[in-house]
Design a protein around this ligand. Structure first.
Ligand code: SF4
Length: 509
């Protein structure tokens, strides 16, 4: 028997929980075990989704959208298209530009497309689970692409298998399609709403049949999903959905609105219709999108990411300013917060660390020897800026602490007199179950050490994190979003979590 934590109340559950535990281990977007990511000292990107309705070159538009979302996943990508009769689907391992050459895009005809880019493991199973997933169901051909993680899939999958469902993948997305296929609802849109009500967790989904596009967000609104429009003078507008608005910008689509938490949007030749398939669930959008994941030029959950990060830096300076000569970001994600910190503190901002943008997947390997090399390959100090200076380093998170220690040593090794590390969010003390690949609590340094112990471990002269109240304030505007902060508090907005993942170091179930 495995125990479950039910928002603080422990109890017993059946063997299907073993599959639930798999939910966390599989990492992002419902794929299989992601050991490689956990060997790195950074939280990993989630997935990105795009959908296009009503464009003569939908596949090319989807390709451009994926290109803008490449930061959300670099391991595999896929595009499915429909022309009213057929549904084509091509997926591959690698970067979007590596997979989708002109010849490949030419094999994807039709005015509708959905697309997905994913962070995942490697090998055959990764390609099998790459998205979009295309399933020939009792409700017809459906392609689906999904960002996020379901948390009750063990129970749902076991029930579907008892009802005769045969799964081809371990993907969450297939569970949703199987629920649609097994729904007793008479129309497809009712069947989709019915299936989405049965799953719990994080999902921003785009779906396509031969002649329709659907887009939906989970009732908590964990992951972003925006809707845009390309005006066509000689016909109906092209409707676009994308994980982040930076994809709409590249497509020259106007941002119209976010898909709402608990909303299901349908696009047909007749236009856009929408229904709330779920109501009354408090919003808990992922605040880490604003801290780290989303691009700063995107508008996520109705607010600009750059503005949130700038405010985080300013607040950090107010909460834990320190006498110094210059402010240096850990590139790239620390840049906006460092600009805010420097402005608030009245200190010069300098790029004292240079990131090599051409180092990527090749060096993400589990061996310690290669990882040690990897940090130096990725970052290099600018010695003439740092020599004899008191430096405030700004970063967005400390996960295991090993990378932060290497960066502090690197800056000190370049001649800095003092190194003060400031983190633009609170200590990460608990793993994520909603689509962000985090290590278990045992491996999170802040779950097992005090701030002073972490300071000593990373060898900084001082260390401070942004307070939770400060972070929430920085991400709050006229939108009045409700945020998930579970990785900073351990308070999960859903009932299901994997109890083994939230045990501190040394504890056992
Ligand atoms: S646990 Fe953290 S990373 Fe996961 S959804 Fe919540 S805020 Fe985002």
């Amino acid at each position: 028997m495995t125990r479950r934590l039910y928002q603080g109340i422990e109890g017993e559950i059946d063997a299907s929980h073993a599959i639930l535990a798999e939910t966390k281990r599989k990492g992002t977007c419902g794929e299989a075990a992601v050991r490689r990511a956990r060997s790195t000292d950074k939280l990993r990107e989630e997935c990105g989704v795009v959908a296009i309705h009503g464009h003569p070159e939908a596949a090319r538009q989807a390709y451009l959208g994926l290109y803008a979302l490449q930061h959300r996943g670099q391991e595999s990508a896929g595009i499915a298209t429909a022309d009213g009769y057929h549904l084509a689907n091509i997926k591959g391992m690698g970067l979007v530009s590596e997979i989708f050459t002109d010849d490949v895009l030419a094999k994807l005809p039709g005015p509708m497309a959905i697309a997905h880019t994913r962070y995942s493991t490697t090998g055959d199973s990764a390609l099998l689970n790459a998205q979009p997933i295309r399933v020939d169901s009792t409700k017809g051909l459906i392609a689906i692409a999904h960002n996020g993680n379901l948390v009750n899939l063990g129970n749902v999958r076991a029930r579907l298998e008892r009802d005769g469902a045969y799964f081809q993948t371990t993907s969450d997305s297939e569970i949703i399609v199987q629920l649609i296929a097994h729904s007793r609802a008479s129309t497809l849109v009712d069947a989709i709403a019915d299936s989405l009500r049965q799953v719990e967790g994080a999902f921003s989904i785009v779906m396509m049949t031969r002649d329709r596009i659907f887009a939906a967000r989970d009732p908590h609104g964990f992951r972003p999903l925006s809707m845009g429009r390309m005006r066509n003078l000689d016909g109906p507008d092209t409707i676009v959905f994308a994980s982040e608005t930076c994809a709409l910008d590249l497509l020259r689509a106007e941002y119209e609105r976010d898909v709402l938490p608990g909303e299901l949007v349908m696009v047909t030749e007749d236009g856009v219709t929408s229904r709330q398939y779920s109501t009354g669930v408090p919003q808990s959008s992922c605040i880490f999108e604003h801290v780290y994941f989303a691009r700063p030029d995107s508008r996520v959950f109705g607010r600009w990411v750059q503005e949130s990060r700038d405010r985080m830096g300013r607040q950090l300076a107010r909460e834990s300013g320190v006498p110094a000569d210059l402010v240096v970001p850990v590139p790239d994600s620390g840049v906006s917060a460092a600009l805010g910190y420097a402005d608030q503190a009245g200190l010069p901002f300098r790029f004292g660390l240079i990131r090599n943008h051409y180092v990527g997947r090749t060096f993400i390997e589990p061996e310690q020897r290669v990882r040690d090399f990897g940090v130096r390959l990725k970052l290099n100090p600018v010695r003439n800026l740092l020599e004899d200076k008191r430096v405030v380093l700004i970063d967005d998170s400390i996960i295991r602490g090993t990378t932060s220690r290497k960066i502090v040593r690197m800056v000190r090794g370049a001649g800095a007199k003092e190194v003060h590390l400031r983190i633009s969010c609170p200590p990460t003390i608990s793993p994520c179950f909603y689509g962000v690949d985090t290590p278990s609590k045992r491996e999170l340094i802040a779950a097992n050490k005090s701030v002073e112990e972490i300071r000593r471990f990373i060898e900084a002269d001082s260390l401070a994190y942004l307070s939770l109240e400060g972070l929430l304030d920085c991400c709050d505007g006229e939108e009045h979003n409700g945020y998930c902060t579970a990785c900073y508090t351990g308070n999960y907005p859903t009932q299901w979590v994997d109890v083994e993942e939230i045990l501190p170091a040394g504890a056992t179930v």
